[in-house]
Design a protein around this ligand. Structure first.
Ligand code: NAI
Length: 332
C-alpha cells in the first residue's frame, strides 16, 4: 500500500479532490492519504503558507496529489507551486496532451507529451527593480546541468514509450546564451539517442506549427517560460485546462497536480470538473506502478467523457462534480 500526500488546495480544490478520492477508492487503488494543507487554506488554518508538516509529509511519502492553489497576481507571496518545485528540485514538468473522445476540439489526432524545464530560466527568481529609473530586470538562468537533465528525461521517455521524435524548442537566434546553451546541450545529447529523431524549432514558429499541424509532434522539450506557454497551448488543442493532467517530477519526489487554477468564480458550487485532477491521479498511479488500476480508471473516465450527458457544465453536460464522479464509478 502506498501512502501519498494529498493536498486539496484552495477554491474548487477540495470539491474536485473529494470526487477523485471517491473514484480512486471505488477502483481499488492501493493508496492511503496523508491530507495536508498548503496556500491560503494553510495560512488560514495553520498560520503558514507552506507548513513544515506539509514539507515533511512530501519528504516522507515522496509522492503527492495536489489541487490548485491561489496565487495573487503581481504582489503578495511568491507562487507556492513554484516554491514547491524549487524546494524539491522537481525539474520536469510533464504535460501529456492527447485527444479525448467526446471532447470537442479543432483537431482529433493530437498525442504529444511536453517536457518543460521547471526550475530555471526566467522563473529562477532573479528579478531586480530599479525604483529610481523604473526599470525591471529579470534574469533567465540556464545551466548545462539543468538543460541536460530535462532533455535527457525527454529522450528517455521517448525511448521507453516508443515515441519517434523529440522536438527541442528555443529562441537561440536571438537569446544566444541562455537559449543557445539549451540547444547546444540538446544537439549533444541527441547523439546518444540515435534511435530517436531529433529536431529543433524556434519558439514562435513552433506556436504556429502546433496550431496548424499538432499531430506532427511527439515529445517536446523546452525551457521554463516557453514550456509554460506551449503546455497551455497544448492543453487548448485537446479541450483546455479542465481536462489535461500535469506532473512535477524530480529524481526522488513527484507532485501530480491539476493544471488549472482554483476557479474562484465557481468555487463552492459543486459544479467544477474533476477530470484534470483525475487524469493527474492516473499519471500518479502509473508512477506508483499501479498500472492495472490506472488503466481501469482511465477507461472509465474516457467512457464517461464520451457521453456528453454524463459530463459537467464546462463540457456541455449538467452533472455536478459528485454526480460526474458517480458516473465514472458506474463505468469502472
Ligand atoms: P482558473 O484556471 O482558476 O480559471 C479559469 C477559468 O476556467 C474560470 O472561468 C474557471 O471557472 C474555469 N475552470 C478552471 N478549472 C475548472 C474546472 N476544474 N472545472 C470547471 N471550470 C474550471 O484560472 P485563473 O482564474 O486565472 O486563476 C485563479 C487562481 O488560481 C489564481 O490565484 C491563480 O494564481 C491560481 N492558479 C493556480 C494554479 C495551480 O495551483 N496549479 C494554476 C493556475 C492558476
Amino acid at each position: 500500500m502506498a501512502t501519498i500526500t494529498l493536498i486539496p488546495g484552495d477554491g474548487i480544490g477540495p470539491e474536485i479532490t473529494e470526487a477523485v478520492v471517491k473514484i480512486l477508492d471505488a477502483a481499488g487503488a492501493d493508496l492511503q492519504y496523508d491530507e495536508q494543507q498548503a496556500g491560503l487554506t494553510a495560512l488560514r488554518e495553520e498560520g503558514d503558507l507552506i507548513p513544515e508538516s506539509l514539507l515533511d509529509s512530501i519528504k516522507t511519502h515522496k509522492v503527492a496529489l495536489k489541487g490548485p492553489l491561489t496565487t495573487p497576481v503581481g504582489e503578495g507571496f511568491r507562487s507556492i507551486n513554484v516554491t514547491l518545485r524549487q524546494k524539491f528540485d522537481l525539474y520536469q514538468n510533464v504535460r501529456p496532451c492527447r485527444t479525448i473522445d467526446g471532447i470537442k476540439t479543432r483537431f482529433d489526432q493530437v498525442d504529444f507529451v511536453l517536457f518543460r524545464e521547471n526550475t530555471e530560466g526566467l522563473y529562477s527568481g532573479f528579478e531586480i527593480f530599479d525604483e529610481r529609473n523604473q526599470i525591471a530586470d529579470g534574469i533567465a538562468r540556464v545551466s548545462r546541468k539543468g538543460s541536460e537533465r530535462i532533455i535527457r528525461a525527454a529522450f528517455e521517455y521517448a525511448r521507453k514509450h516508443g515515441r519517434k521524435t523529440v522536438t527541442l524548442v528555443h529562441k537561440a537566434n536571438i537569446i544566444k546564451q541562455a537559449s543557445g546553451l539549451f540547444l547546444t546541450v540538446g544537439r549533444e545529447l541527441a547523439l546518444e539517442y540515435p534511435d530517436i529523431e531529433f529536431q529543433d524549432r524556434i519558439v514562435d514558429n513552433m506556436c504556429m506549427q502546433m496550431v496548424m499541424y499538432p499531430d506532427r509532434y511527439d515529445v517536446i522539450v523546452a525551457t521554463n517560460l516557453f514550456g509554460d506557454i506551449l503546455s497551455d497551448l497544448g492543453a487548448g488543442l485537446v479541450g483546455g485546462l479542465g481536462v489535461v493532467p500535469g506532473a512535477n517530477i524530480g529524481d526522488g519526489i513527484a507532485i501530480f497536480e491539476a493544471v488549472h487554477g482554483s476557479a474562484p468564480d465557481i468555487a463552492g458550487q459543486g459544479i467544477a470538473n474533476p477530470t484534470a485532477l483525475l487524469q493527474s491521479a492516473i499519471m500518479m498511479l502509473r508512477h506508483l506502478n499501479q498500472m492495472e488500476t490506472a488503466d481501469k480508471v482511465e477507461t472509465a473516465l474516457f467512457k464517461t467523457l464520451a457521453d456528453q450527458s454524463k459530463t459537467t457544465g464546462d463540457l456541455g453536460g449538467n452533472n455536478s462534480t459528485q454526480q460526474f464522479a458517480d458516473n465514472v464509478i458506474a463505468n469502472l
